[in-house]
Structures are given as structure tokens and as C-alpha cells.
Ligand binder design. Structure first.
Ligand code: GYE
Length: 374
């Protein structure tokens, strides 16, 4: 791949965002501009000023050449993941000028490191990583930067190195906080004074799990709720079912809230509760909270099974493409790009709440909303 040398390095930050992401909820807030929307997340102060320079080396494609991209995807564990993969494959198609090497790492961290090293060896122009776990990245990211290959991290974060060009994703702690603050407003509205929670968490060590747990646990501590247990369902339907089956045995009659850290776990938990004769959803014995709000999840909200669903937008690819195009023309991109998200319920479970003083609005699940979702 020939390098496109640019005499002029653009000093100004080129904002990446405002592309249509997903149905009705497709916009992004750059790290420097997160305050304008109630549903938008706060950028950590340290990142708000950060701005990535385009690495000097092989970031360019000669005109007519395809831009070579390696994408080390987490796996295929959930509806969310399927939407993320499809979005990347659609955006980074040959017709759009890309040569995409896609690796499904099947939730295996060692395989993911190996995939990145294979991309380096094959001389790709950019590497996209959705990190299975948040740590263990320092060495391989150094290898990428030594090879002059810009890395764009999507979705989950890398917490032990900032040696990458940009990250595009969601504020998982904010999602957990939203679930907690919503629950407080909902139980108050319904006159429920005892909150006994069971959590089915996502894959241990994934930043999506860490952030959602941290955010929700803040509410548990703040409101003095009783968290009975938290076990991982690995972000899968089978995992959710298995954990819920054991919860139904161990905590029979003792819980009234189940928090699943993604929709697929919630589907599994629903099967387990059905089998155990436990009713859930608005007006029933158990309040069921989920994250992701993919189409299938929203259908369960509409069916009165999931009480509230907290969105995580999987459509990062258009924002990544815009970042790559900016880098191609010698510009710099924001180090952290946050995607906007919404909180969903049926009218009975739509309550006012706020996160650290920022009022949140909830979206009613309708046919049109489901139709437009990923
Ligand atoms: O919530 C889950 C997926 O990293 C945000 O991974 C993502 C999570 C998502 O398997 O469904």
C-alpha cells in the first residue's frame, strides 16, 4: 500500500459523528461535546481534551487502492454482536473501498491477540479491536504503533493502555446508573419498599460488564437495596438461563428484581422463570431489567416481559469509517467518541429520573420504534 503523503496536517479537530447510527438513536457525541443531550453520556474529564494525532506511517491508501482493515471482533454471543458485525461488514465493504479481514475471536482473549498480530504481519492499514477484556493490551498495542498501524477501538474499552488512535462506543457505567436510578423511581412510583435484586452479569472482565455492574452497584449502595447475588451469564441466552435456573432454586420467593446485563441473558432468564412458574414484567412479581435494547429485546418490552431496557448502540462502524476517512486526509480525530443511547419501557414503567442531576427521558416502545431498531 503506497503512502499518501500530506504536506498539510490539519490542526483542527475534525469532529466525528452525527451519522445515522440506528433507528431514531443514531448520533454520537465526541468526547469534547457530550453535554447537550439528556441521553448523552458524560465524557471522563481526562479524555475530554484528548485528541489523537494521525500516526505518521502507513495510514494512507493510494487512490484506487482498497484500504486494508483488520477487525478483531469479540465473537457471536448475542443479538447485539450480530448487529455490530453486520454494521462493520456493510460499511467496510469492497464497494465502499475497503478490504476487510474479519476475525470472530469466539470470546477467546488469546485468539484476539493472535488476530491482531496476524493483521500486523499482513500489513493492514488500520486495525479495529473490540476488546473482549479490558486489560492485557499494552504489549500488542505497542507492536501496532511500532508498525505504524492506527488502532481504532470500538465498543468495549481498553483500560491498561491509551496507545490507540480513537475509541467509539458507549458509557457502560452510565447505562448501569440509568438502570439503578430508573429502578428507584419505578419502585417509589409503585410503592414497593423492599428491593431484593439478583444480577446476571456479562462476561467477566469485559468493560461492558464492569461498567454496568459499577453503575448499578452505586444505586444499590445509595438506596440500601439487598443485592442477593451476581453471577455471570457470559452475555449468552444459555448462560442467562443456567444462572437463573440456579437462582430460582437458591432464592425461591426471596427476590423481586432481576437485572440481566444484556437482552440474550434476559431471554434465558425468562425461560428459567417460566419453567419455575415465576411471573415477571410490569405488574408481575419480578421486575426484569435488561441492557442492549436490540429489536428482539424491545419486542419483549412490548410484550410486557422486560420491564425496562437500557440501550447500547452497536452501530459504531459509520463513526469508525468517518474517523478513518479523517485520518486518511491527514486530520486528527477525537480520542473518545460516545454514541447516544435511549432507555425504553411501556408507558406504565415510564418514570422520571435523573443521573447526577441530569434529567433522563424514556422512550415508549411502539411498533415504529421496534421497526427502526437494529
Ligand atoms: O451488551 C452484549 C454483547 O460489548 C456492549 O457485548 C457489548 C456487549 C453487549 O455480547 O450483548
Amino acid at each position: 500500500m503506497k503512502k499518501k503523503l500530506l504536506g498539510l496536517m490539519l490542526a483542527a479537530t475534525m469532529a466525528v459523528g452525527m451519522l445515522a447510527g440506528c433507528g431514531g438513536s443514531g448520533s454520537a457525541d465526541t468526547a469534547a461535546d457530550t453535554s447537550s443531550d439528556a441521553a448523552a453520556t458524560e465524557a471522563p474529564a481526562a479524555e475530554a481534551e484528548a485528541e489523537a494525532e494521525a500516526p505518521a506511517a502507513d495510514a494512507g491508501a493510494a487512490s484506487g487502492d482498497l484500504i486494508k482493515i483488520g477487525f478483531a471482533q469479540v465473537g457471536h454471543e448475542s443479538d447485539w454482536r450480530t448487529a455490530s458485525t453486520k454494521s462493520c461488514q456493510d460499511v467496510f465493504s469492497e464497494a465502499n473501498g475497503y478490504d476487510l479481514q474479519f476475525v470472530d475471536c469466539d470470546n477467546d482473549s488469546a485468539a484476539q491477540l493472535e488476530a491482531v498480530r496476524t493483521f500486523i504481519e499482513s500489513g493492514v492499514d488500520y486495525i479495529i479491536i473490540d476488546p473482549i477484556v479490558a486489560t492485557g493490551w499494552d504489549t500488542v498495542l505497542t507492536e501496532c504503533s511500532d508498525a505504524g498501524i492506527p488502532v481504532i477501538v470500538i465498543d468495549r474499552t481498553i483500560d491498561d493502555s491509551d496507545n490507540y488512535t480513537a475509541w467509539v462506543g458507549s458509557d457502560f457505567k452510565n447505562e448501569g446508573l440509568a438502570a439503578g436510578e430508573w429502578l428507584k423511581a419505578y419502585v417509589d412510583a409503585k410503592g414497593i419498599s423492599e428491593v431484593n435484586v439478583l444480577v446476571i452479569s456479562g462476561s467477566t472482565g469485559a468493560s461492558a460488564q464492569i461498567g454496568r455492574s459499577e453503575g448499578f452497584d452505586e444505586a444499590v449502595a445509595k438506596y440500601g437495596w439487598n443485592k442477593l447475588d451476581e453471577q455471570t451469564g457470559d452475555f449468552t441466552e444459555d448462560g442467562g438461563q443456567e444462572v437463573m435456573e440456579s437462582y430460582c432454586k437458591s432464592y425461591a420467593g426471596k427476590f423481586n428484581v432481576v437485572v440481566c446485563q444484556n437482552d440474550n441473558e434476559a431471554f434465558g432468564a425468562m425461560t428459567a422463570m417460566d419453567n419455575a412458574g415465576i411471573s415477571y414484567g410490569p405488574g408481575n412479581d419480578v421486575i426484569l431489567i435488561s441492557f442492549d435494547a436490540c429489536t428482539a429485546g424491545l419486542k419483549e418490552v412490548q410484550a410486557g416481559k422486560i420491564t425496562a431496557d437500557f440501550e447500547c448502540n452497536p452501530l459504531a462502524a459509520p463513526f469508525v469509517e468517518e474517523a478513518i476517512q479523517t485520518l486518511q486526509s491527514g486530520g486528527s480525530v477525537d480520542k473518545a467518541i460516545y454514541m447516544e443511547e435511549h432507555w425504553y419501557a411501556l408507558p406504565d414503567a415510564i418514570v422520571d429520573f435523573s443521573i447526577d442531576g441530569a434529567a433522563q427521558s424514556m422512550t415508549e416502545v411502539t411498533d415504529a420504534v421496534i421497526e427502526a431498531q437494529y
